[in-house]
Design a protein around this ligand. Sequence first.
Ligand SMILES: Cc1ncc(COP(=O)(O)O)c(C=O)c1O
Length: 356
Amino acid sequence: MSKYLLPRLNALDPYVPGEQPQDRRYVKLNTNESPFPPSPRVLAALDAQTVGSLNLYPDPLARTLRETIAAEYGLSSENVFVGNGSDEVLGFAFMAYADETRGATIPDVSYGFYRVYAQLYRVTPTIVPLNADFSMPVEGFLAQQQLVALANPNAPTSLALGLAQLERIIAGNANSVVLIDEAYIDFGGETCLPLLAKYPNLLIVRTYSKSRSLAGGRLGYALASPEIIDDLHRVKNSFHPYSINTLTMLAGIEAMRDHAYFDTCVSAICAQREQSKQALRALGFRVLDSATNFLFAAPPNMDGKAYYEKLKARGILVRYLSQPTLLDYVRISVGSAAQMQALLDATTAILQEDTP
Ligand SMILES: Cc1ncc(COP(=O)(O)O)c(C=O)c1O
């Protein structure tokens, strides 16, 4: 930390991304990336002509990309905002709707960035504890009079809330924005999309990083009423008008149009998830029923951190969680069949090692 940094920023606890170690090749099951490469149409589109156009700025309104996303969901481009990863979209939303005078309500267990953005924008968040079974207590999110942000399905619990319950939260906060982070919705759960026409306060945030295999491209989007989309543009244009680069813009258009590839990848991941869930349960793990591309799992006879460390020593990375209610668990991204077999083999060996 330099002596120049503002004291307020000195006090921040920045988001800690999942490890991306370079010391050896790991089986990476720690950041919920897709095990599959982007659609072949993405590769085909990034040709010499496109690369040759990088001397020019990209379209700051990302019109073709927004039209493509809108068409996919039966919306108009006035309902679509795009950002440099959904992290940036979340950041703009917090910047737009919460500050020291108007707070934000978030679950105690959810995507870690909500707390980071709250801190960054001087928001004292209202934290709603999850129920003991990790489900979302709907009552805790009603009548907040401030930004409400939650992930559905939630991370790292992998559980989804039903549409009727989500509607209660959205209808129960008519005077403030309800942000539903649908980063994992393509793998399960019910999308809030059907509620968009009815609720101008609903802000859905999505990402290309998981189901569309583009985590490295950094592309996320929001679906909302034109008023909310205008708000987000206002903030973006005061901060980073060209946040989507030309190559990612094109990649996003092609990935969205390749329905067959998307369906194949998502189905394979969901099938693998179910198979790995059963296999871990057979080994004595507690594993929640997942609506995502990861498993929230507690090993028998050891805590999450010990299991994480033993797996890491065997070249496999998962994510352990240091929040007090989550210490028994790890979050395991669903990888390819070969990666998941490696996880099971290593786990079997670890459990045998530990048996006296
Ligand atoms: C719930 C949730 N929201 C948002 C993100 C951020 O995704 P990205 O910035 O890659 O779009 C993640 C990443 O893991 C996530 O788990």
